[in-house]
Design a protein around this ligand. Structure first.
Ligand code: URA
Ligand code: SF4
Length: 259
């Protein structure tokens, strides 16, 4: 009788110990995870529970995990920023994206090129400026000795494609600005070349037309650095209108004269 009671107690103790161990393992795993890992798990659980209950997935929720360890933020890298962008839901553009295009190129570039946002090809490939406008951009850069393979980094003000290639709304560029700021602070480019009026207006906080904005350098302050910035016509605008080719070429020559 006594030994049966003991066996029962032992079994209960074993169960309790097992659950306690499980709890400790999950607790440790959770504290070791970054905000991105937590966000991924939350999204996964969310999709799983919706599928189980209704058979459909209609996730639209936002998860606001922050890294508990402030140390992680000091270890900011271009790769880390790219990982965050890929799972970002800070503005509604995440809903329609196939892939975010965080940016690509060399670290510490001579020139950081900043466009408006991914188009259809960029959304499919998760890379910036790879469609027709991108091919023209590569030619324009090449004409003054620049390339994303050797001395440039290419990014956009928004990292997810606006539906039907519409201009990004100010709330969307504002929501995405932190990624670009962190990219600039890490990359420390010698110059910034902005492609197109939408990106230029957003970065220079102006409503002026490209006719007024282009053709001169403006210094911008990011992370304690002052970086000379020049804006010119978007390659997509050059494809639509031959008239912009001349002033765009003048802008590129002006940039080239500085290095
Ligand atoms: N247009 C942009 O502004 N950026 C891209 O990445 C592609 C097209
Ligand atoms: Fe996040 Fe920027 Fe994509 Fe909006 S556009 S979801 S802020 S990465």
């Amino acid at each position: 009788m006594i030994s049966k009671h003991c066996r029962l107690q032992k079994a209960q103790f074993g169960k309790l110990a097992f659950f306690y161990l499980l709890f400790v393992i999950f607790y440790l795993l959770f504290t070791l995870m970054t905000a991105i890992d937590k966000q991924k798990i939350a999204i996964l659980l969310d999709i799983a529970s919706e599928r189980l209950s209704s058979g459909y997935h209609t996730a639209e929720k936002e998860y606001l995990f922050t890294d508990d360890e402030p140390k992680e933020r000091t270890a900011d890298t271009i790769e880390q920023i790219a990982q965050e962008i890929k799972v970002c839901r800070n503005c509604p553009l995440w809903e329609k994206r196939t892939n975010a295009a965080p940016g690509e190129g060399v670290l510490q570039p001579l020139v950081l090129v900043i466009g408006e946002g991914p188009g259809e090809d960029e959304d499919r490939q998760g890379r910036p400026f790879v469609g027709r406008a991108g091919q023209l951009l590569d030619k324009m850069l090449d004409s003054i000795g620049l390339s994303r393979k050797t001395n440039c980094f290419i990014a956009n003000v928004v990292k997810c494609r606006p539906p039907f290639n519409r201009n990004p709304y100010p709330e969307e560029t504002a929501a995405c600005a932190n990624y670009l700021e962190r990219q600039i602070a890490l990359l420390k480019p010698k110059f910034i070349l902005v492609m197109g009026v939408i990106a230029a207006q957003s970065l220079l906080q102006t409503t002026d037309s490209m006719k007024k904005i282009h053709g001169k350098f403006t210094e911008i302050s990011v992370g304690g650095m002052r970086i000379p910035l020049i804006a010119t016509y978007h390659p997509a605008a050059l494809l639509r209108n031959e008239e912009y080719k001349r002033p765009a070429w003048e802008d590129l020559k002006l940039l080239h004269s500085k290095f």
